[in-house]
Design a protein around this ligand. Structure first.
Ligand SMILES: *[C@@H]1O[C@H](CO)[C@@H](O)[C@H](O)[C@H]1NC(C)=O
Ligand SMILES: *[C@@H]1O[C@H](CO)[C@@H](O)[C@H](O)[C@H]1NC(C)=O
Ligand SMILES: *[C@@H]1O[C@H](CO)[C@@H](O)[C@H](O)[C@H]1NC(C)=O
Ligand SMILES: *[C@@H]1O[C@H](CO)[C@@H](O)[C@H](O)[C@H]1NC(C)=O
Length: 356
């Protein structure tokens, strides 16, 4: 306890002395360096573990990284990362590295995130982050377009396909709707065609029970992600079942054909009408508001400019021990420093696009 207090005081002294000339040293590893990659993957895992609805996100690009070192403090990693939404639901145990990202013709969802991580003795941990999600789609007349998550025809497709799946699945279980992932519609010759993705949760009812069906507790429930497709006449539904969370069993597939429209009555515990005004699931905007000062005001703007302005002249600097005085650079002067010393011609940031 006393040691802890001493360290805190020392920390404060260091912080205080910053104004008097003891400046942090800042290093800029290449965006595709193993060091940057390791930090970005910690951020990716954190992002996927912290949200309980929607889809997993996969790292697409490391846009910027800087490591700030202060004497007697854990190094902090400041990253600007670009993620893409995958087709794996967050409840799907498939490792995110095996999850396909959604392509632009399917309206990709992209997340621009700023992360601050600390490299403590326990390893890298996330201190703060903020994300901004937006959709990106190809200009395509015949492509399915996202519709609002409360679209009446889309909801009807979900209700009928879930009802069908409930009566016909091989697990002899009635599922409740957990959440709607996305809905699209496409102009087709026989009238609009709808596509819906929704997550389901097992209830205490079997397929035959015509009773009040209560969703099981999340820890023991079987979950699934269903893809339903149809017009008024013909529907298909395909549900991938995950098994209880952390179950050893690999996910099994249960596919049935939907031939008639029926009605579902069940909505799961996380069925949240407020998401219905949106067309896609958003990420938590800010993780820890009290730590948001760590996320510099520049980041949201520079996230845009990084994409446009080619960074030709980024300087790689070795980390310099603070005791070497003059060689230590202030974070504040980093911009000027970068501009005044164009020693590298090949851009080292942003890193390469892993997907598109
Ligand atoms: C964290 O710091 C340790 C030394 O304190 C270093 O060996 C390690 O490479 C750092 N981690 C990362 C991801 O840079
Ligand atoms: C179950 O599926 C079969 C076709 O596979 C269909 O004939 C039957 O009507 C379905 N049962 C229900 C209750 O919808
Ligand atoms: C499911 O649980 C509810 C609430 O406990 C109960 O009313 C209902 O009868 C149960 N259904 C079945 C099929 O056991
Ligand atoms: C589920 O379907 C996928 C492809 O659709 C297949 O690769 C996989 O083996 C199936 N899993 C099971 C358990 O049937």
């Amino acid at each position: 306890m006393k040691l802890c207090a001493t360290l805190t005081v020392l920390g404060l002294l260091v912080m205080g002395s910053r104004a008097q000339g003891v400046m942090p040293s800042v290093s800029f590893p290449p965006c595709d360096s193993p060091e940057a990659e390791a930090a970005a993957l910690v951020a990716q895992d954190f992002l996927n573990a912290q949200h309980t609805h929607g889809y997993k996100y996969a790292l697409n690009q490391i846009e910027e990284i800087k490591i700030v070192s202060m004497p007697l403090q854990a190094d902090t990693y400041h990253l600007e990362l670009d993620f893409l939404e995958t087709t794996c639901h967050v409840l799907d145990p498939t490792p995110v590295s095996l999850c396909p990202v959604r392509q632009k013709f399917n309206t990709a969802v992209e997340a621009d995130c700023d992360f601050v991580l600390a490299n403590t003795t326990q390893g890298l941990s996330v201190v703060a982050f903020k994300c901004k999600t937006e959709t990106e789609s190809d200009e395509c007349l015949g492509c399915p377009q996202l519709v609002r998550l409360n679209d009446a025809d889309g909801l009807q497709l979900i209700a009928s396909s879930l009802d069908y799946f409930n009566k016909n699945n091989t697990l002899n279980t009635k599922f409740a709707l957990l959440e709607i992932g996305r809905m699209t519609s496409q102009i087709a010759s026989g009238g609009p065609r709808y596509f819906a993705e929704y997550a389901i949760i097992g209830t205490n009812c079997t397929s035959q029970d015509d009773d009040i069906c209560i969703p099981q507790n999340h820890n023991v429930a079987i979950h699934g992600l269903c893809l339903a497709e149809g017009s008024a006449k013909l529907n298909d539904v395909d549900c991938k079942i995950f098994g209880p969370t952390q179950a050893a069993d690999p996910a099994s597939n249960a596919t049935v054909q939907v031939q008639k429209l029926l009605h579902a009555h069940t909505f799961g515990p996380q069925h949240n009408p407020s998401i219905h005004s949106l067309k896609h699931h958003k990420l938590t905007a800010i993780h820890d508001p009290s730590a948001s000062s760590l996320l510099s005001a520049e980041s949201s703007e520079s996230a845009e400019s990084v994409k446009v302005v080619p960074k030709v002249a980024t300087v790689v600097k070795r980390e310099v021990p603070a005791t070497e005085g003059p060689a230590v650079d202030a974070a504040a002067s980093e911009k000027t420093h970068v501009l005044s010393k164009p020693v590298l011609l090949a851009p080292i940031c942003p890193g390469k696009n892993k997907h598109f």
